[in-house]
Write a protein that binds this ligand. Structure first.
Ligand code: FE2
Length: 210
């Protein structure tokens, strides 16, 4: 667990597909948000209950099944409102947009619209931390060959993330790397997709074309 500007971050293993869910909360007020409940939403609920956290908002980083499968369970149990980008999740109570900020008790987070893996992919920024969904993983990045993917948009979204301070912590949507979380400095050194010098080389690497 990492404390970032009023919001604590709890990373939760959430499926046998290496998904991560997250609980974000203000340690003072215990007001919180859940992110991507995946297939084991009971784990998120247990983490919230253990800490006395009230989940007021449920975020989806994007609309893929392995991230939203547990939405109904979380919403039914908590009465939270669902927040997601309308390009990926049409039924959201709160259709989010780029740079939208949400207060959670004494802390806050900001939504970054980061299309590429999917049209409505978002990242969440709080304190010194980025929750990167399927846009950026430890030493990898999201697929860009799926229906709705856009490899050029993914490149530009990653360039945007790479512009945050090097010490920014990275909390990905899957446990695909040698460590469950990292920093942008770590990714700049170890992630070959962030080391591509230009769009053309990124497209070649990501789509594996010669
Ligand atoms: Fe995905």
């Amino acid at each position: 667990m990492v404390t970032t500007a009023g919001l604590d971050i709890v990373q939760v293993s959430a499926s046998d597909m290496d998904n991560f869910s997250y609980l974000l909360y203000c340690p003072t007020s215990k007001v919180g948000a859940a992110v991507d409940p995946s297939f084991w939403p009971e784990r998120l609920l247990a983490e919230a209950k253990k800490r006395g956290v009230t989940i007021e908002i449920l975020f989806n980083t994007h609309g893929h099944r392995d991230h939203v499968a547990g939405n109904a369970a979380i919403l039914a149990e908590t009465g939270a409102r669902l927040a997601a980008h309308p390009l990926d999740v049409e039924a959201a109570d709160i259709p989010v947009s780029d740079n939208q900020t949400f207060k959670l008790g004494e802390g806050a987070l900001t939504v970054l619209h980061t299309p590429g893996h999917s049209p409505g992919s978002i990242c969440l920024y709080t304190g010194d931390a980025l929750l990167t969904g399927d846009t950026l993983f430890v030493t990898r990045v999201g697929r860009a060959d799926l229906a709705g993917s856009d490899v050029e948009a993914l490149y530009h979204s990653l360039r945007r993330l790479a512009g945050y301070p090097p010490g920014t912590r990275v909390f990905p949507g899957h446990d695909y790397g040698p460590v469950p979380a990292s920093t942008l400095a770590y990714e700049q050194e170890h992630n070959p997709y962030l080391r591509c010098p230009d769009l053309a080389s990124f497209i070649r690497l990501r789509l594996d074309v010669s």
